[in-house]
Design a protein around this ligand. Structure first.
Ligand code: CA
Length: 404
């Protein structure tokens, strides 16, 4: 649409509100405001108008200002809800946000609560002019108004900068993810994001939740708030606070059931390995020849594993690797002796735990560098401060319930 048509038809522009739903109460806690133009063929998004740099900024600001005012008028009637306003940080920084803050102060006298106002800045918008932006954000937060970093991409997110900005809310956009299976890499980046926001005391909000899988994804990654077409589209009016409560409750039940099954599967495997192993260990008279020990254990546990080795409590490997050949025979890799594993994630923690609890641990799913496939490792405390490691291949995990 011609930008001029937008400017000349301001009276046809209205705010649309997309509900934001909380995980804890499953109710609408706020709305993000979008500008829409009423046309004969239905409401038209003005998203491209606001992001088109060829349109003079004052025009865009004028429309932005107009929609914001309409939204603020509406929100003073519902002061308990969060109002998410999309802000062009480069535009408000020109007057140190004076105009915007004056406007908010005006509505504050009419009942608007500052701590319910969330100014949403796009992650890519603080790529330049970072220190000025940081300064302005700190000032805005000091008034009680909240800052959200929106559109945080999974591939592009710069965790260090995000941490430094200390936003109140981090909006992770999962809208662009396609299909039902998310690459492992996304899961890990999201996991880091989720840990980071927890440390910072920021609230995590997943936006672009447009199907069941993404809601599950948000739930598993510690998102406190959800936003997306799967739950609610932008509307010209507010929706009932409990409009999707029943749906979410049902979905949560399915999620919990699924996780329960997974955890049960892991506990059952741990138990099975522990039993088989204990029976095998009883037949081992001495630990003088550790290569002989790993071969014996490997043969007894051959259904579960493709690699077995023994390490001391400093992480130095004391046996060769027993490795299963294509034909299913066990062979020794002598050069793996004296390799050190203490630098690996969780290694020390697991050693101490095994030593203390005197029982085995099943690891999470991770990629084995040699085999280049997802595996789990079962580790178990032996005598004389030695620890046994049993690598379980993908092919086995795949056959069982809840292990992937
Ligand atoms: Ca937004």
């Amino acid at each position: 649409m011609d930008p001029l048509d937008i400017l000349l038809n301001k009276d046809k522009i209205v705010p649309f509100y997309q509900p934001i739903i909380s995980a804890d109460k499953q109710i609408v806690v706020g709305y993000e405001v979008f500008a829409r133009m009423k046309t004969e063929s239905g409401p038209l998004s003005l998203g491209s108008f606001f992001t088109d740099d060829t349109i003079p900024e004052e025009y865009r600001n004028e429309i932005d200002d107009y929609v914001q005012t309409l939204a603020l008028e509406r929100f003073i009637e519902t002061p308990h809800l969060y109002l998410f306003l999309n802000i062009n940080i480069h535009s408000i920084i020109r007057d140190d946000a004076d105009r915007l803050m004056e406007k908010l102060q005006f509505y504050q006298t009419k009942g608007l609560s500052f701590d319910r106002v969330v100014l949403e800045i796009k992650e890519k918008d603080y790529a330049s002019n970072y220190s000025d932006i940081k300064h302005l954000i700190t000032y805005i937060q000091s008034t009680g108004v909240k800052i959200a970093i929106g559109d945080v991409g999974i591939s592009s997110s710069n965790l260090e900068r995000l941490a430094n900005l200390k936003p109140n809310i981090v909006k992770v956009n999962v809208g662009f993810l396609e299909g039902d299976i998310f690459p492992e890499l996304y899961r890990d980046v999201l996991h880091s994001l989720s840990l980071l926001t927890r440390k910072l005391g920021s609230t995590l909000l997943f936006e672009g939740v447009d199907n069941y899988t993404k809601l599950n994804f948000a739930w598993r990654n510690g998102s406190r708030y959800y936003q997306g077409f799967y739950l609610g589209k932008p509307n010209p009016s507010f929706v009932d606070a409990e409009f999707c409560k029943d749906t979410i409750k049902k979905e949560f039940h399915r999620f919990v059931e699924y996780e329960r099954k997974k955890i049960k599967g892991q506990l059952m495997l741990t138990e099975k390995l522990s039993q088989t192993l204990k029976a095998t260990l009883k037949t081992i008279k001495s630990y003088n020849d550790l290569d002989e020990t790993v071969l014996k254990i490997a043969n007894a546990l051959t259904t579960y594993t493709f690699r077995v080795y023994i390490v001391d409590h400093d992480g130095f490997q004391q046996s060769s690797n027993a490795v299963k050949s294509e034909e299913g025979n066990w062979e020794l890799e002598k050069d793996s002796r004296q390799k050190n594993w203490s630098w690996r994630p969780y290694f020390i923690e697991n050693i101490v735990r095994m030593d203390f609890e005197q029982k085995g641990i099943l690891s999470d799913l991770y990629t084995d560098i040699d085999k280049d496939e997802m595996i789990r490792t079962y580790s178990f405390p032996l005598e004389n401060a030695l620890f046994l490691f049993i690598d379980i291949p993908y092919s086995y995990l795949y056959e069982q319930d809840g292990l992937l």
